[in-house]
Design a protein around this ligand. Structure first.
Ligand SMILES: *[C@@H]1O[C@H](CO)[C@@H](O)[C@H](O)[C@H]1NC(C)=O
Ligand SMILES: *[C@@H]1O[C@H](CO)[C@@H](O)[C@H](O)[C@H]1NC(C)=O
Ligand SMILES: *[C@@H]1O[C@H](CO)[C@@H](O)[C@H](O)[C@H]1NC(C)=O
Length: 479
């Protein structure tokens, strides 16, 4: 077997018990992993009924769906996607600090194999459609160099939904640089820009591409498709035809945001119908989740949670996660135990039939998701560790050390403690009345800091300017 398990010291933080599961004799399932971008915790129509997400609602409340009600991610795009792909916390990889920008010569260190590389070792075909955001300046960082057989989408943090073009201020040039960010890779980091989709809304584009990729998929192998929608990240853009579903939303920004969400909801329904018609549905495990919380200034709501995207409050880090499988989940409903995005790597290897308890910093929670009975449990996790601010969860408690968001600069050594199980909105700081818990969790943070990888972020480079690449944010310009 070609599986590349990355062997290193694993943080002794997970408990494991019970019998090991034998990998299935049957054909391993396909995996369709749908990740929304910046979806607010409150932003589904069963939470805010002025929104319109009928298809996600139907999916969520199907008897074949597990809803992970304590599902956590990192506070931003690059850290969460890095954790998903590597199975390690961002602070162990160097991706804990902010996001990679266009023209930034950074990437996730190559010593960490990505999930599709490991799934390929289990004979999966692997496809990424949509957002990447894990480095693009050289061939080795590109999706098809990191385990995907095929990629279609964009490399950077943000781009226009219709023109697929991103404007970014460059400090050295003292002006805005514009470039198109839409590429196709057919393998081995071979990237070509696609100039032909101007005017096509990215949600529709990525859905169409996904269906055509599956049309060409050889069904003698299972597939892992990571459908990484641009929605509902800013800029606020949606075709006019969605206005009618959102007329009850009062605020103008949230009305547009609502339309973007509905467009994604309809697209997901179309894809599920496609799977049914292509006879792929029964044996596909479908996941829906988001990479971090929403941005309130751009129409999102994380109510009732405190904070938003780019904060380590619950509103930046707790997300909606659904797992649907007609074949494996017979009795769905809520799964309340803690789940963290680092768990996907081990969990999806488990879905693929591999008998693993853990991988990197994550544990295999597939038994729990599929049956509701846990073979191993997560009691603790790291929200993030960074020079600016850190937070960890331990049982009932969450401790925040330093600044909970990057806009705050003054709380460098401040400690906050919340009993999150009874105070999910982080309203009552208990640090003064619980010195023993505080001391224990602070020493845990200090211990974890020994595993800290140097931040891999770098200053922007003009070598990556679209002006050198026919107006695109192309690759192959850094060492
Ligand atoms: C592309 O669209 C975005 C979002 O509307 C806009 O900010 C940007 O200026 C556009 N870029 C170009 C080159 O037209
Ligand atoms: C599909 O893959 C199998 C196994 O690799 C191969 O034998 C078969 O020829 C492929 N079918 C097509 C249509 O490419
Ligand atoms: C350069 O960009 C234009 C569109 O902006 C495109 O039509 C043309 O094919 C590109 N040329 C090359 C060499 O990629």
């Amino acid at each position: 077997m070609l599986l590349l398990l990355y062997l290193t010291t694993t943080i002794p933080w997970v408990s494991s018990s019970g019998p090991k599961r034998r990998s299935a004799e049957e054909k391993p399932p396909n995996i369709l992993f749908i990740m929304a971008d910046d979806l607010g915790y409150n932003d589904l129509d069963w939470k805010d009924d002025t929104l319109h997400t009928p298809n996600l609602r139907e999916l969520a409340f199907s008897e074949n769906t597990a809803i992970l009600t304590n599902s956590y991610v990192n506070q931003l795009c690059t850290p969460t996607r890095s954790a998903f792909m590597t199975g390690y916390y961002p602070f162990r990889v160097g991706t804990q600090n902010g996001v990679f920008l266009h023209m930034e010569p950074s990437g996730v260190p190559e010593m960490f194999p990505f999930l599709p590389e490991n799934l390929r070792g289990l004979d999966y075909s692997t496809y990424l459609i949509g957002k990447w955001h894990l480095g693009y300046c050289r061939k080795e960082y590109l999706p098809t160099s990191r385990g995907f057989d095929y990629f279609y989408g964009f490399y950077g943090p943000q781009t226009g939904y219709f023109n697929h073009s991103a404007d970014q201020y460059h400090r050295d040039l003292k002006r805005v640089v514009k470039g198109m960010d839409l590429f196709e890779e057919s393998g081995d980091g071979n990237s070509i820009p696609d100039f032909n989709q101007k005017g096509v809304y990215s949600t529709d584009l990525f859905t169409e591409v996904s269906m055509s990729v599956l049309d060409n998929h050889n069904t003698s192998k299972p597939f892992f498709m990571f459908l990484s929608y641009q929605a509902v990240h800013p800029p606020l853009q949606v075709p006019k035809s969605y206005d009618k579903y959102c007329s009850r939303v009062k605020s103008r920004y949230r009305r547009i945001y609502c339309g973007m969400l509905t467009a994604m909801d309809f697209a997901i329904a179309m894809l599920i119908d496609y799977l049914k018609s292509a006879n792929l549905y029964e044996n596909t495990v479908i996941v829906f989740t988001s990479d971090n919380g929403g941005t309130v200034d751009f129409g999102a709501s994380n109510a009732p949670l405190r904070g938003e995207k780019d904060t380590i409050w619950e509103g930046g880090t707790k997300t909606t996660t659904l797992v649907h499988s007609p074949r494996y989940i017979k009795k769905g409903g809520e799964r309340k135990m803690l789940f963290h995005v680092v768990d996907w790597h081990a969990t999806l290897l488990g879905v693929a039939g591999l008998n693993v308890d853990s991988y990197g910093d994550g544990i295999n929670q597939w038994d729990y998701i599929s049956t509701g009975k846990a073979r191993q449990r997560r009691f603790q996790f790291v929200y993030n560790l960074d020079v600016h601010g850190s937070a960890i969860r331990d049982g009932d408690f969450k401790l925040i050390l330093g600044n909970p968001d990057r806009k705050t600069k003054s709380d460098r050594n401040k400690v906050r403690l919340y009993r999150i199980t009874v105070d999910p909105t982080e309203s009552k700081d208990l640090s003064k009345s619980n010195p023993i818990v505080v001391r224990r969790l602070l020493s845990k943070i200090n211990e974890l800091k020994k595993y800290m990888h140097k931040n891999v972020r770098k200053p922007l480079s003009l070598s990556g300017s679209p002006e050198n690449f026919n107006g695109t944010y192309s690759s192959y310009w850094c060492q």
